[in-house]
Design a protein around this ligand. Sequence first.
Ligand SMILES: Nc1ncnc2c1ncn2[C@@H]1O[C@H](COP(=O)(O)OP(=O)(O)OP(=O)(O)O)[C@@H](O)[C@H]1O
Length: 221
Amino acid sequence: MTAPALAAHQVTVFYGPQRVLDRVDLHLAPGETVGLRGPSGSGKSTLARVLALLHAPDTGHVTLDGRPVAGVRHRLPAALRTRVAILFQSPRAATDPRLTLGDIVAEPLRATGTPAREAAERAAELADLVGLTPDLLIRRPHAVSDGQLQRACLARALVHRPAYLLCDEATAMLDASTQAHLAAVITDYQRQHGAGVLLITHDPALMARWATRTVDLPADP
Ligand SMILES: Nc1ncnc2c1ncn2[C@@H]1O[C@H](COP(=O)(O)OP(=O)(O)OP(=O)(O)O)[C@@H](O)[C@H]1O
C-alpha cells in the first residue's frame, strides 16, 4: 500500500504564455512540516493552490494518499477536497464581507450538509481554540482586525479536520503575538491529528523554527 501523502508530480502551470512551474515534485507526509522557499514570483502560491486542489496543473498531477486526484474544487467529492485546507496571507480577500465571523467559520460545514446545530457547535469549539470570543463571532469582517479575521480563517480551515494544511504567508501581516498564537494552534493541531503542514514564508526565523525540511523553487522555471 502507498504511504499516505499529499504530493505534486511533475507539475507544470502556465498563466497564458508564462510558465510559472516546470515539472515540480513535492511530497508532504502526515506529521511533517515542509517549508517551500523561492524568490517572489517563483510560483510558491501557485503550487500551494495546485496542492489545495483549487487549480488544475497544465501537465502533471496531484496524488492524495496515493490516489491521483482528477478535477478541482467542487468537481471533487467533499470527502476528498476537505482533506486539504489552505490559509492565505490576506484574510480579507478570502472571506465574504457579508457574513459574520461565526458564519465564516461554519461555512464549510454548511456546504457539506452538516446540520445547522452541529455546525454551530463545531464552529464555537474552533472559535474558542483560535481565541475568538463570542462577541467577535457576531461581527462582520469590516468590524474586526486583520488578526481577528485571520483567526476566523484558521478556524474555518480546521473545521473539517484536514489531513494537510497549507499555510501561504498566513501569518505575514500579523503582529508578533497573534503570529505566535496562530503558529501554536497549528502545531498543536498537527501534533494531535498528525497533519502534514506546508509552510510558505519569507521569514527565515519562522522557517528555521518550524519546517522539518525545505523545498526550493527556482527563480526562473
Ligand atoms: N491568476 C494569475 N494570472 C496570471 N498570472 C498569475 C496569476 N497568479 C500568479 N501569476 C503570476 O505567476 C507568477 C508566480 O506567482 P506566485 O504568486 O505563484 O509566486 P510566489 O512565489 O508565491 O510569489 P510571492 O512570494 O511574491 O508571493 C508571478 O509572475 C505572478 O504574477
